[in-house]
Design a protein around this ligand. Structure first.
Ligand SMILES: [Mn+2]
Length: 307
């Protein structure tokens, strides 16, 4: 497998092949529970080992060029193929707002199929439950353009699959990774692991997929996005204490430099795509040694790769 072969396949893949890929990945994810390689999976929460290296990618939103850049620079495919302990963690929001949404899905699903215990696909608000799905949602239109009459069938299967994507990743004592924000009323890691089952009775999943941090406030306020909240540093601290971690890594918000810190350096936002409608100057991703110690935001910032 190479990035160039993946790229040409993504352009020419037939609807039947795409449906086959979706169903294979569905089967893989459905079977993942307990120990999967060096990962430990409970519900939809994945625990990483304190060994190896992880590349963490924020929103892609149909920007295939940025995804290809990250794969090429991080050498993920080469290193995973050589049996190195490397993880690729996507923070959600793969499609919509970019012309190459179907092709981005082809890439991430093919990577998941090739390296199932090395590739982690988190759910974003663009892959969320139907009652709080992000709008505009132009993925169905891109799939119809690509697959003609089969486009809607592919969309049905694909949206069924991405509602099975994971909710969060934890590296004990260090990081929690999720798409948007912290569930302000969560009492335990189990509330995160099973947030998908409690939706919409409890707001955990909605907040994880939709919320944003705000500096200089405490508590939470309704978000202009129409779902989730703006939450203060006190809420972040409480959540990280419950989860037994020091920092939160999330995507969801555009950032001019491709990344930003909030809440005194406790929250890192990664935004890994460029172009309209955001026009951020840089995109960024993070590659970290999972056995390393991180004391402050600047310890993390050293490993951010801007492009
Ligand atoms: Mn988002």
């Amino acid at each position: 497998m190479s990035i160039e072969s993946l790229f040409s396949e993504s352009l020419t893949v037939s609807s039947q092949e795409f449906l086959g890929l979706i169903s294979e990945v569905n089967e893989i994810i459905s079977g993942e529970q307990g120990a999967v390689g060096n990962l430990k999976i409970t519900g939809r929460l994945i625990r990483l080992p304190s060994s190896g290296e992880a590349t963490i990618i924020g929103d892609i939103h149909g920007d295939l060029a940025s995804l290809k850049h990250i794969l090429s620079e991080s050498l993920f495919i080469e290193r995973a193929s050589a049996g190195k302990e490397v993880y690729l963690i996507f923070l959600g929001d793969y499609g919509d707002r970019g012309a190459y949404s179907p092709e981005v899905y082809y890439f991430v699903l093919t990577l998941k199929k090739a390296f199932p215990d090395r590739v982690i696909l988190l759910q974003g608000n663009h892959e969320g439950p139907e009652d709080i799905l992000a709008y505009p949602h132009d993925l169905p239109r891109h799939l119809s353009r690509k697959f003609g009459r089969d486009g809607l069938r592919v969309y049905g299967e694909l949206s069924g699959l991405f509602r099975r994507f994971y909710t969060a990743v934890i590296l004990e004592r260090k990081f929690v990774m999720l798409h948007g924000g912290v569930p302000s009323e969560a009492e335990s890691p189990e509330d995160v692991a099973f947030a998908y089952k409690q939706h919409p009775l409890k707001s955990h999943l909605e907040e994880i997929l939709w919320s944003d941090p705000a500096d200089g406030i405490s508590g939470k306020y309704p978000s202009l996005r129409g779902a989730g909240y703006l939450f203060g540093e006190d809420i972040t601290e409480r959540f990280l204490r419950i989860m037994g971690a020091s920092f939160l890594i999330r995507g969801h918000e555009p950032a001019e430099d491709g990344y930003k810190f909030n809440h005194g350096g406790r929250i890192l936002t990664l935004f890994s795509r460029k172009g309209p409608p955001y026009y951020n100057t840089h995109a960024a991703y993070l590659t970290i040694d999972l056995s390393a110690d991180f004391e402050s935001a600047s310890d993390i910032e050293r490993f951010i790769r801007k492009f």
